[in-house]
Design a protein. Sequence first.
Length: 520
Amino acid sequence: EDISSLARPRITIFNNVGGYEGLFLSGTRPVWVMVCRQRFRVHPQLCDGPIEAFTVLHNVNCCHGLIYVTSQGFLKICQLPEAYNYDNYWPVQKIPLHGTPHQVTYYAEQSLYPLIVSVPVVRPLNQVLSIMADQDLVHHMDNDATSADDLQKTYTVEEFEVRVLELEKPSGRWETRSTIPMQSFENALTVRIVTLHNTTTKENETLMAIGTAYVQGEDVAARGRVLLFSFTKSENSQNLVTEVYSKESKGAVSAVASLQGHLLIAAGPKITLSKWTGSELTAVAFYDAPLHVVSLNIVKNFVLFGDIHKSVYFLSWKEQGSQLTLLAKDFGSLDCFATEFLIDGSTLNLAVSDSDKNLQIFYYAPKMVESWKGQKLLSRAEFHVGAHLTKFMRLQMLPAPGLASEKTNRFALLFGTLDGGIGCIAPIDELTFRRLQSLQRKLVDAVPHVCGLNPRSFRQFKSNGKAHRPGPDNIIDFELLAHYEMLSLEEQLDIAQQIGTTRAQILSNFADISLGTSFL
C-alpha cells in the first residue's frame, strides 16, 4: 500500500554511518546532512522516493549501516558505499586511470562506460620518425636536419586507446573489461553508442562507434577512421567488444551519431549519412559544411551541427528522398565549442557555446519576417558564462507542483566547462520568468557585489571586437537570485513588495526550479 500521503518530515541524528556523522531528514524529499570538517554537506536521496522512517543499524552483518522504510512499504537495510567521498558538493569517487580522459559515453543495456584515454609514452626520436607516413619527408629530415646525436634523443607522444569500464556494484570498484588501442599517431576524437538498423537482418543493432584522426603535421593530408564494435557476453560473464567494421576517411572524424537507424559521420567539412548492412556502411546522403564540424546533435529527424568558425546549422532528414536538407543557419561568425537541442514542450531551441565564453540560444521560425523566409536562425537569448563550455548533456526535468503546465516534455541542459565547473540551463514558464527577472533587476542594486562589479555588465554577450547585434534578454542568472535568500527578512519583504509579489511566492518559485533540476 502506498503510504506517501502519511509522510511527515522527521529528523534523525546519527553519529557513525559509514564513518560520517550528521542528520537524516525523512519525508517526501529525503536529505542527508553530513558534518564534514566543521561544515555541512547536503546530499538529497532521490532513488527510493519518500521515506517514512529511518534509523541507524550496526551489527555483525551490517557494520555502521542504516535501515529505512519507503512510502511503498519496503524496508531496506543498507550501507554507504565506501568508495565515495561525501565531503563535496556531490558524492565523489576518484578512479585512477593513469592517463588523460577525453570523452566518455554510457551503454545502458550492459551498464558499460566506453572512455577515450591517452597515455604519454617516451620513444626514441628515430623510432618516431620511422613510423611517420610521409617517408620522403623523413628522408629529407634525416639528411638535412638531424644528426646522429639528435636521433638518440627521446620524444614524448600521446598514445590513445578506448577502454570499456564497468562498475562492480557490491564493491564499488571500476574494472576495465576491454581495451581498444589506436594506431601510431592516431587520436581517438569521439566515442558514441549508436543504434543502427541492419538492412540485411531487418533488426536494430547497438554498436559502439569511434571516430579518429591521424596527427602527422601540417604537411600531411588529414585523414581518420570510422570504427564500429559490437558488444558480446562470454561464458565467464566478461563483457567483450568485437570489431565489425573499419574504414579510413578523408578528414578527421570529429563526431558520429545515429539518425533513425542510420549512422551520421562528420569527417572534416563533410557530413555523410550511411546505412548499415551488417558488414558495410553505404552512403545514402551527404551535406558539405563550410570548414570543420565540431559537434552533431539529433532529435527525431532534425540535425544540429556546429562549425569551427561558421556557427550552427539546422538540417532535416527526409528518408523518402534520401536528402539532408538545410532548414536554416546562423549567418554570424561564431567559433563553436559545443551544441545541443533545448526542448521546452513542443518548442525546439538550439543552444551553442563559443570561444568567447558565451552561450547563445537560437530558434527556427520560418514564418517570421526577420528569418529571411526561414533561412536564418533567430536569437532567443544570449548569456556570458565566463568559461568555455565544452559539453552539453540533455536531461529531462523532474515534475514539480509549481511547474505544472501544458509543457510536460521539458529538458534542461547540464554543461561542463574547461575551468572544471558544472552548470545548468533550464526553461521556465513566462509568468515565473517575468517575476524573477524583476527580482534580478532589483538585486543588482540591493546586493553588495564582489569588488563593486556589475553582474549585468558581466553577463552581457562578449563579441571580442566582432560585429554583433544584441539579442533579447531572456536568461536570468540564478547565481544572482540566490542572494535573495541571504538578505534579512525585512529586506526580502521590501524587495518582494517593490516588484509586486510576495516573499512566499518568490521562495516557492525557487523551490520549484530546484526540484525540477534536482538531478543535480
